[in-house]
Design a protein around this ligand. Structure first.
Ligand code: ATP
Ligand code: MG
Ligand code: MG
Ligand code: MG
Length: 474
């Protein structure tokens, strides 16, 4: 029998509950404890103060399913969506945690037990990486678990950048940090002329499924690493990637949950080919958008709200590519609630707000999407040297509401690039004009990141194209 995504969530929590872990709820996508972070991008975000020692949670072992968004800020996978088999903007991260309790040995043995015994994965399909100096983790994998040496890869630091390695994790320039060990699944060699979504040459054969972080040092301002008095474990496993493995498909988009969303997207857009990449993007983006709105973000021209607006507009443009000329995207909410409402009651509770906000943004962009696409065709036709001029990118942005990443994404599909410095210059010029025209004496412009920490995200009017800056009267 096929393991459903829903039952995998449950298996994970049951496994760690039986091993003394307290099950904690997912925190929201908008981090409540960290104004410098745009979105919750991993499970550790809600435990940051626990790792730093300023918060004591009343348990030393925890497990959870954390909703994550990687579409802005430090982690941004938005441009991967539709191009790789394994990246989403919104995804769910399964995690188990030790706060000064168990360490490498238990974390590794349990991960292996869950993957190979509970879920029955063939050990010969799994590979692991360790940080190059972490002989302790290497020893556990090799001597206790029995992973042969040719399937354990030591990963060093990136050249010239100490500790800037995928296998050495740090929260910040100073503070808790430590080596990682990552578990990869081998989906098998590329199948020449194989079905869409079969492993290709682009690094999609070996897919990282689980990352185990061992926080054992406290980095000092001078760079030295002191041992932490109580080492911690932080693990993260992508639910959708795991579901792909357990459902014996290569791409995340072929799992049960995504297939149902894709079928709805196909019906709403009148698309017959279920493998059409635009359907995948739409299915991905409805999750990000719906959960962002459920967590209190609304489309706007700055900060988090602007990330949401950009994702919605990207989805609408994909609908447009499939020939849709009316509203459709907000109707993806209903199938999404059906898929994920049981695990996330906030989605059910926020239903009306989410649908209304999506529909409003859809109506707003509908006014300019069609003409903007025509303008795009014109400017693409006269792009010289494969580069769309900054002035044109700015016009699409300013007059047609095309966020620059949307224009860049359309350009990429045509093998074109956008002139970013030229766009920035046009933007600066417009800002200078706006400043000169401002009637408020002493008006200041704040960078978007800062502005969004001061003001709650609000539903700005479409016309308020103030770019990244927000003009505040003081
Ligand atoms: P990758 O190298 O494949 O981009 P990562 O190393 O950036 O992954 P981590 O930060 O280690 O990912 O996150 C822990 C786990 O979360 C990963 O092992 C993976 O299973 C999952 N994951 C990470 N990014 C995504 C994404 N964009 N979409 C879906 N799952 C993801
Ligand atoms: Mg990544
Ligand atoms: Mg990685
Ligand atoms: Mg990783």
């Amino acid at each position: 029998v096929m393991k459903t995504t829903q039952s995998i969530r449950q298996d994970f929590l049951d496994f760690f509950r039986e091993r003394g872990h307290t099950i904690v709820p997912s925190s929201t996508l908008v981090p409540g404890n960290d104004p410098t972070l745009l979105f919750t991008n991993s499970g550790m975000v809600q435990f940051k103060n626990v790792f730093l020692g300023s918060e004591k949670p009343g348990y030393v072992r925890a497990a959870d399913v954390q909703r994550c968004l990687r579409a802005g800020g430090k982690h941004n996978d938005l441009d991967q969506v539709g191009y790789t088999a394994r990246h989403h903007t919104f995804f769910e991260m399964l995690g188990n945690w030790s706060f000064g309790d168990y360490f490498k040995r238990d974390a590794i043995l349990w991960a292996w037990e869950l993957l190979t015994r509970v879920w029955g994965l063939a050990p010969e399909r799994l590979l692991v990486t360790v940080y190059h100096t972490d002989d302790e983790a290497y020893g556990i994998w090799h001597d206790e678990v029995g992973v042969p040496a040719d399937r354990i890869v030591r990963i060093g630091d990136n050249k010239g950048a100490p500790y800037a390695s995928d296998n050495f994790w740090q929260m910040a320039d100073t503070g808790p940090c430590g080596p990682c060990t990552e578990i990869f699944y081998d989906h098998g060699p590329a199948i020449p002329g194989g079905p869409p979504g079969s492993p290709d040459e682009d690094g999609d054969r070996y897919i990282e499924i689980w990352n185990l972080v061992f926080m054992q040092f406290d980095r000092q301002p001078d760079g030295t690493l002191l041992p932490l008095p109580a080492p911690c474990v932080d693990t993260g496993m992508g639910l959708e990637r795991l579901a792909a493995v357990l459902q014996n498909v290569h791409s995340n988009y072929e799992i049960d949950l995504f297939q149902r969303l894709i079928r709805h997207a196909a019906a709403l857009t009148g698309t017959e080919d279920l493998a059409n990449g635009s359907l995948r993007v739409i299915a991905d983006h409805i999750r990000a958008c719906a959960f962002l709105i459920a967590d209190g973000v609304l489309p706007s021209n700055e900060g988090r709200g602007y990330v949401l607006r950009r994702i919605i507009r990207r989805a609408l443009r994909h609908g447009w590519m499939l020939g849709v000329r009316g509203a459709f995207f907000h109707r993806m909410l209903e199938p999404l609630v059906e898929e994920m409402g049981a695990a996330y009651p906030e989605l059910v509770a926020g239903r009306e707000t989410i649908e209304a906000a999506l529909a409003a943004e859809e109506a707003r962009f509908a006014e300019t999407l069609d003409s903007g696409m025509k303008v795009f065709e014109d400017v693409a036709a006269r792009a010289s040297g494969g580069v769309i001029a900054g002035e044109d990118v700015f016009r699409l942005y300013d007059t047609y509401g095309f966020p620059v990443d949307l224009t860049a994404d359309i350009a990429r599909e045509r093998g074109l690039r956008v002139d970013m410095p030229g766009f920035e210059a046009a933007m600066q010029a417009q800002r200078a004009r706006a400043r000169a025209a401002s009637q408020f004496a002493g008006a200041v412009t704040l960078p978007a990141e800062l502005a969004s920490t001061l003001a709650p995200t609000v539903f700005d009017g479409y016309d308020a194209h103030t770019g990244e800056g927000r003009v505040l009267a003081i």
